[in-house]
Design a protein around this ligand. Structure first.
Ligand code: FES
Length: 95
């Protein structure tokens, strides 16, 4: 069963089970930009506005970077670091 990712700009993306967004999306289907894809640069910073239970938990390294670049955003995540387990909604915060 596939999962639906809805973006705040109105775009949607259908992904396979256990998909990583950086492996499943390209610039034509996803508003999120990716730089390092390893959790270092913060380019892929997103706010999970719905379905946070449907993505994998953040590891210590991701939490450390989020504590620096998304101080007051408890639902912020690095889109290159989580896997999608069900439907979610995202707002792209990165630049
Ligand atoms: S692309 Fe660099 S942290 Fe996700």
């Amino acid at each position: 069963m596939t999962s639906i990712i809805k973006f705040s700009n109105g775009k949607t993306l259908e992904v396979k089970p256990d998909a990583n967004l950086s492996e499943s999306a390209d610039i034509t289907t996803c508003p999120v930009l990716f730089g390092c894809r390893t959790g270092i640069c913060g380019t892929c910073l997103v706010l999970v506005t719905s379905g946070s239970e449907n993505i994998t938990k953040a590891c210590e390294d991701e939490l450390e970077l989020l504590s620096i670049i998304a101080v007051d955003q408890p639902n912020a995540r690095l889109a290159c670091q989580f896997r999608v387990k069900g439907d979610i909604e995202l707002e792209y915060l990165g630049k």
